[in-house]
Structure formats: C-alpha cells, structure tokens
Design a protein around this ligand. Structure first.
Ligand SMILES: [Zn+2]
Length: 182
C-alpha cells in the first residue's frame, strides 16, 4: 500500500496512482502491482545482508525486466550502499548506457550520495520503500543525513527522474526493525 508519505515527482513525472492522468514524461505509466513486484526483488536483495538490509534492483521501465541487483556492502567499502552496488552491477552487465529507460527500486530512500550518483547517471526513475526519515528506521539505524531524495533532485538542474516512495514500506520498515545488530 502507498501511504501519505508517497511522493510523485518529476518533470512530466510518472503518475502511478490508479485512475490518475497518464504520464507526459519519457517513462510509460506503470501499474502499482508492477512497482510492488520489482520492490519484492529489492527486498530479496536486502535480505542478503541481515545487518544492513539495503537492497536494490534496476528494471527496464518498459517491461519491468530486472537487469541488475545489489545489496549494501559498506562493511567492505563505505561507498558500497545497495544502490551503488546495483549501479555497478548494471554497468558491468550492460555498459554505461540507457539509464533513462531504467528504474531503480530500493528498500530505503536513497541517501544524498546514492541519489546524486543516480542523477549523474540520469536514471529514468527511482522507487523506494521505507523513508529514510521514518521512526522505524530512526530507532533501528539512527539519524540519516538530513537531506531527502526529493531535496537532492530539486537541487539538480540537469535531470529530473520520476520519484516514488512508500512502496511496500510496512514490509521494509519491519525488515529494518528486525535487522541483526553488531
Ligand atoms: Zn546511499
């Protein structure tokens, strides 16, 4: 379910609410069911790291076909957030191309580092589950950098991807609350 924290954004952004007007942007309208299907794949990735269940997948916007995946590996390298691992997997498999036709799904709202990387790539869309600022995450992983994904996008003049939050967030909030602690 989508909650009040759900956000829709973007120049000609993708409208995902059933019955809403069709999108004017580059991405086709996508039914919520397909967003949830892709988010389940991101959750599967997240479950591979019991301590930091930040998982991500990249899918083709047109078909929903998953083309890359990743999970947080920041214990090995502080830059290896799930989104970055997933982006690296994408480039390795498909080259540095066609980003605007892709959507990244992630179990948690991208931090400023990851959101900036996604902007530099000019990704077509970003969909997240838990908000970085939800009380569930705060009690589990602590305070994040106080800059939302939307604020990072608003600050970038060169690219405006579709942004949607809150997809399956009840599930991911639980996953973060139940994560293993060192
Ligand atoms: Zn990050």
């Amino acid at each position: 379910m989508i909650t009040k924290r759900t956000m829709l954004l973007g120049l000609g952004g993708l409208i995902c609410v059933p019955g809403a007007k069709p999108a004017r942007g580059a991405l086709p309208p996508i039914p919520m069911q397909r967003h949830e299907q892709a988010m389940r794949l991101a959750i599967e990735q997240g479950r591979k790291n019991a301590y930091y269940p930040y998982g991500a997948v990249i899918v083709k916007a047109a078909t929903g076909e998953p083309v890359a995946a990743g999970v947080n590996d920041a214990r090995a390298n502080p830059t290896l957030h799930g989104e970055i691992v997933c982006m690296n997997d994408y480039v390795k498999k498909h080259g540095n191309r066609d980003w605007e036709e892709m959507i990244l799904y992630t179990t948690c709202e991208p931090c400023p580092m990851c959101m900036a990387a996604l902007l530099w790539a000019r990704i077509g869309g970003v969909v997240f589950a838990s908000s970085a600022f939800s009380p569930a995450l705060r009690s589990s992983v602590g305070d994040p950098i106080k800059l939302s994904a939307k604020e990072v996008i608003d600050a970038a003049p060169f690219h405006k991807p579709m942004l949607l939050g809150g997809v399956l967030e009840a599930e991911t909030d639980q996953m973060f609350l139940n994560r293993k602690q060192y």
